[in-house]
Ligand binder design. Structure first.
Ligand SMILES: [Zn+2]
Length: 116
């Protein structure tokens, strides 16, 4: 899976944030802020794609995240602090993160989120 150089949904350039860990590794958050933080990707040590996430709704906050190393997808609801503490994460079956057809991807996610 390729690292995106620009937002795969709207082609906007990313806002970059680098976070160093205590073990000398670093995470880069690349976020498209054009559409209310709709898309972000996390890269580890410049070259390893770790996570994709999209925001489905701002109020209430609903985010979908793909953990690429373990092929997990989860939907998180609630405020950001609640989500970061993983209290509200619900795993759904793996869906390929194909952003080339965003509407189709959203429809697949919505099908699963109906059961939450
Ligand atoms: Zn975008």
């Amino acid at each position: 899976m390729a690292i995106y150089n620009s937002c795969p949904i709207c082609n906007n350039s990313f806002v970059k944030e680098k976070i160093y860990t205590d073990k000398g590794h670093f995470y880069e958050w690349l976020t498209c802020e054009k559409e209310h933080l709709k898309f972000s990707q996390v890269i580890v040590d410049s070259n390893k794609l770790d996570t994709f996430s999209i925001t489905l709704s701002l109020n209430p906050l609903i985010r979908v995240a793909w953990l690429l190393s373990t092929k997990e997808v989860f939907i998180a609801k609630g405020d950001l602090n609640y989500i970061m503490n993983h209290n509200s994460n619900v795993n759904i079956p793996y869906i390929e993160p194909d952003f080339s057809n965003y509407e189709k991807l959203l429809n697949k996610i919505k099908t699963y989120s109906l059961f939450l």
